[in-house]
Design a protein around this ligand. Structure first.
Ligand SMILES: Cc1cc2nc3c(=O)[nH]c(=O)nc-3n(C[C@H](O)[C@H](O)[C@H](O)COP(=O)(O)O)c2cc1C
Ligand code: SF4
Ligand code: SF4
Ligand code: SF4
Length: 594
């Protein structure tokens, strides 16, 4: 293995690529050659380092851990000369301090424990040797040469690892069930469909540390007795797909995939199958149908995939994160893993935090942390000094939790008991200016659009629920609509075939439970208390107006009239409620009424 004194990780996130990241990579390599440094400094491509809109194109230099942002090709010769030749950090190129808080990963934040994400941004995902240098494929070697499938399953059982795709089913129990089915061949699938809006936990692991997933899958295949595996990854993740294919190819070259792995009688191979982006294809039976080349629709269970999966054969399906953590558990021991977390939720979990919180992005924390710790300590609290209102956990089929739940521990059972769920790790935090009826409408719009239409309760029910929510947001709802909503939600949840329909009403049910008064304000008083629903608000210019004319110049529909230095006026009939005048007025003279 070749050693370099510095590694330069350039973000090739699609947004950075659009801003010229590949040209930066080429320019860096050319300049390193020109300066005779190419054997000392290695340039690597990695996924997103910070928010590309603020920092791209950007790169991080290790071991110094210096983040340079907003680079151009013209900056490269100076950067190479100053940083790599003269050893001087260039302050003017450095990302501002805010990168630490806004960065997708950055340095671990307080209370973070990185196991799944430990290699992300640190190793070259295209280089198997870097993974091996971090003890990669050691757990596989141990399992194949010094253990047995039964012992591997036993170790995993004692670790308490639960599936990270949503339902939290014990991973080793699923492996054992599949192993015990007296039918062959057996298959393995990895669910890398990750369709929750705003979730990118799996994407980060696949892009930055694909070998951990490949190794975890080979170990699982050994434990189960599977001979072939499929990684089902959405086509919208081109870097993940490319890096997975490179990792699989390298694992084959090193003899970790293929026939007689480590000289044993165990043979296994892997293939990437791309999904076209239908959210429902993340449901495991739909995923299996899609892998087989059929329409991606769920089917009733049982039979479960462990009995009848890909090509009708026993199949074990796990999420990316579930597989990625397996090598670490075997290397460090079940007791080490089980020492983190709560009684029933062991280890750590990755989350994508989004919404009205200071530190948005990806985190990995041990189970058992309270929601308060996640939002305020790891997430840095609510943005712009506003108040916390609610947190949506569990993705689009999850529920909203409120202030009274802030001290709940992150734990599968605790979240379910409170009316939400763990899901795969999406956390959306909302401040006190969020309309909860509008939030319910937003999630229902997503699930309704993604319903595959196979069963009537979900196909028709989600449409009807959405119709009512839209009616309420438009100020046309009635009290009877709220009763109808409740009834419909119950029926859709009870009678739908798969988890999509069974969970889709959750955001409505939970917001009705905790924010019923907001629904009533919409239908009875025709008022949106959070001043969000366009049909229920109006804009007014207050006497504080200085007549600077800025709002009038920015209004897209010329709804604002007034002379210079005179109080301006909004024509309510022309106004389209875009809110631009509020944003551009430097004198806080525009108020929103409801
Ligand atoms: C509509 C729907 C979408 C799903 N999407 C995903 C997904 O993107 N990734 C995932 O791992 N599991 C997803 N699941 C859950 C899977 O059906 C399955 O439970 C999971 O892949 C099992 O892996 P695990 O045991 O490691 O959690 C989805 C379920 C439903 C109902
Ligand atoms: S519940 Fe919805 S997504 Fe699931 S099978 Fe029925 S129609 Fe399709
Ligand atoms: S931007 Fe504000 S101060 Fe200026 S004219 Fe509009 S309302 Fe008045
Ligand atoms: S809300 Fe938008 S459309 Fe209405 S007055 Fe202000 S800028 Fe114009």
């Amino acid at each position: 293995m070749k050693f370099f004194r510095s590694h330069v990780l350039v973000s090739v996130d699609p947004e950075c690529v659009a801003q010229g990241a590949h040209q930066i990579v080429d320019a860096l390599n050319d300049e390193l050659v020109a300066q005779g440094l190419i054997d000392e400094i290695q340039v690597l491509e990695t996924s997103r380092l910070g928010d590309p809109n603020r920092f791209g194109p950007d790169l991080v230099v290790y071991p110094e851990n210096v983040h340079y942002a907003n680079l151009t090709v013209d900056d490269v010769p100076f950067l190479v000369e100053e940083h790599f030749l003269k050893g001087r950090i260039i302050e003017k190129f450095r990302a501002k301090e805010t990168v630490v808080t806004d960065d997708e990963l950055g340095a671990p934040k307080s209370k973070e424990v990185r196991i799944v994400l430990r290699n992300c941004g640190k190793i070259d995902p295209h280089n198997i040797e870097e993974y091996i240098a971090e003890d990669g494929y050691q757990a596989l070697a141990n399992a194949l040469t010094a253990s047995t499938p039964e012992k591997v399953i036993d170790e995993m059982m004692r670790s308490g690892l639960r599936g990270r795709g949503g339902a939290g089913f014990p991973a080793a129990r699923k492996w054992q069930l599949c192993r015990q089915v007296p039918d062959n061949p057996k298959y393995l699938t990895c669910n890398a469909d990750e369709g929750d809006p705003g979730a990118f936990m799996n994407r980060r692991v696949l892009e930055s540390d694909p070998h951990s997933v490949v190794e975890g899958m080979i170990i699982a295949a050994y434990a189960i007795g599977a001979s072939m595996g499929y990684i089902y990854c959405r086509a919208e993740y081109p870097i993940a797909v490319a890096n997975l294919n490179i990792a699989i190819e390298q694992a084959r070259e090193f003899g970790f995939l293929g026939n007689n792995i480590f000289g044993s009688d165990f043979s296994f191979d892997l293939e990437v199958r791309m999904g076209a982006g239908a959210f429902v294809c993340g449901e495991e039976t739909a995923l299996i149908a899609s892998i087989e080349g059929k329409r991606g629709e769920p089917r009733p269970r049982p039979p479960f995939p462990a009995v009848k999966g890909v090509w009708g054969k026993p199949t074990n399906n796990n999420n990316v994160e579930t597989y990625a953590v397996v090598p670490q558990i075997l290397l460090n021991g079940a007791e080490w893993y089980a020492s983190m977390g709560t009684e029933k939720s062991k280890g750590t979990k990755t989350f994508a935090i989004a919404g009205d919180v200071v530190n948005t992005g990806l985190i990995e924390v041990p189970f058992g942390l309270s929601l308060r710790e996640v939002i305020f300590d790891v997430g840095g609290g609510i943005k712009d000094g506003k108040q916390f209102k609610a947190i949506q956990t569990g993705g689009p089929m999850g529920g909203c939790l409120v202030a009274e739940h802030l001290d709940l521990p992150l734990d599968y059972e605790a979240l379910t008991a409170a009316g939400s769920m763990m899901g795969s790790g999406g956390l959306i935090i909302m401040d006190d200016e969020t309309c909860m009826v509008d939030i319910a409408r937003f999630f229902m719009e997503f699930t309704q659009e993604e319903s595959c239409g196979k069963c009537t309760p979900c196909r028709v029910g989600t449409r009807r629920i959405l119709d009512i929510l839209e009616k309420i947001c438009e100020g046309k709802g009635t009290l009877a609509d709220i009763d109808r909503l409740e009834l419909l939600c119950e029926e859709v949840m009870k009678n739908s075939l798969c988890g999509l329909g069974q969970g889709a009403p959750n955001p409505v049910v939970s917001t009705l439970k905790h924010f019923r008064e907001e629904y009533i304000a919409h239908v009875v008083e025709k008022r949106c208390p959070a001043k969000v629903c366009k049909a229920l608000i109006s804009y007014k210019i207050e006497p504080a107006c200085t007549g600077c004319m800025v709002c009038a110049r920015n209004c897209p529909v010329e709804a604002i009239a007034g002379e210079r230095r005179q109080l301006h006026v909004i024509d309510d009939k022309t106004c389209i409620r875009c809110g631009i005048c509020v944003q551009v007025c430097n004198f806080n003279a525009v108020s929103v009424l409801s």
